[in-house]
Write a protein that binds this ligand. Structure first.
Ligand code: MF3
Ligand code: CO
Ligand code: CO
Length: 269
């Protein structure tokens, strides 16, 4: 499938879809507490997307076998595509909630980590470094850069922290379809992959493991878990390539100022 370049009208619709997906993550945070089940979190998000946002949860019925729920909830050693269930969250768990909405025909896709009660030192550090990996990848985005610039920045930071990068899943173009070209690998070398152009929209969604990178898929055919059962973390944003660089279509108010903070911490221009 060819890479689509979005028109100004399409970009406006993707801004709306991105904002709605971000608002679901903002909304659900208050409910992530010891004692809640991931099914309850799913049902709250489903209701909000359908009835408040008048949008559609893209995961529900997606793929083969059809994904059975409206969000993905991936706990502790689960890497991604965790299926909400009657499992009760307990103090010290950490989880990724991944939300994708369809509004006016266009997708908005974003995810973040949550801690249930106070995090363990190990879970906190993994979640923080993984978020930094995502931000460092985003800062590479501009016309003329390659997807390899994004992957290299992410891989370097993960491996400098003695973490590993999951290879089996990647970021993706997005628009009228949930998953479009190009693939955005979270590892690689500057200059590899495709050259970024103004008007492309894609996700950057690194999955970073505390131990080895290898994974297995559970018999439900969706849930990816670390083979060594060590922790995994993921953060995801949807990015537009602009004339000057990028626009984060799923940014949350809570993140304001992240570019300056990351440039300062990593001594970037
Ligand atoms: N939201 C995931 C992504 O970032 C895809 C989930 S597919 C599902 O690409 F079917 F599990 F929802
Ligand atoms: Co995605
Ligand atoms: Co997603």
């Amino acid at each position: 499938m060819a890479i689509t370049i979005k028109t100004p009208e399409e970009i406006e619709k993707m801004r709306t879809a991105g904002r709605l997906a971000a608002e679901v993550l903002n909304m659900i945070g208050d409910y992530v507490k010891p004692g809640v089940t991931t099914n309850e979190l799913n049902d709250i998000c489903h209701h909000y997307i359908v009835n408040v946002q008048q949008a559609t949860p893209a995961p529900l019925g997606y793929g083969t076998p059809p994904f059975p729920k409206s969000i993905c909830t991936s706990i502790n050693h689960q890497i991604c595509h965790g299926i909400p269930s009657d499992k009760i969250l307990k103090k010290g768990d950490s989880l990724n909630i991944d939300v994708t909405v369809i509004k006016d025909g266009y997708h908005g896709d974003t995810s973040r980590m949550f801690h249930v009660g106070p995090p363990t030192v190990a879970a906190q550090r993994l979640a923080e470094v993984t978020q930094e990996c995502m931000y460092l990848g985003i800062l590479q985005v501009r016309p003329g850069a390659t997807t390899g610039h994004i992957g290299e920045a992410i891989q370097k930071h993960a491996e400098q922290n003695r973490y590993s990068v999951v290879r089996e899943f990647c970021g993706h173009g997005i628009g009228k379809r949930f998953h479009e070209d190009p693939q955005i690998l979270h590892y690689g070398k500057a200059g590899e992959g495709i050259v970024l152009e103004q008007g492309m929209v894609f996700t950057i969604e690194p999955m970073i493991n505390q131990g080895k990178r290898h994974l297995k898929i559970l018999p439900d055919q969706w849930t990816a878990v670390t083979k060594d059962h060590m922790l995994s973390a993921q953060w995801e944003h949807m990015i537009l390539v602009t004339e000057q660089g990028f626009e984060v279509l799923t940014e949350r108010a809570e993140e304001a100022g992240w570019q300056d903070r990351i440039r300062e911490r990593f001594k970037l221009a």
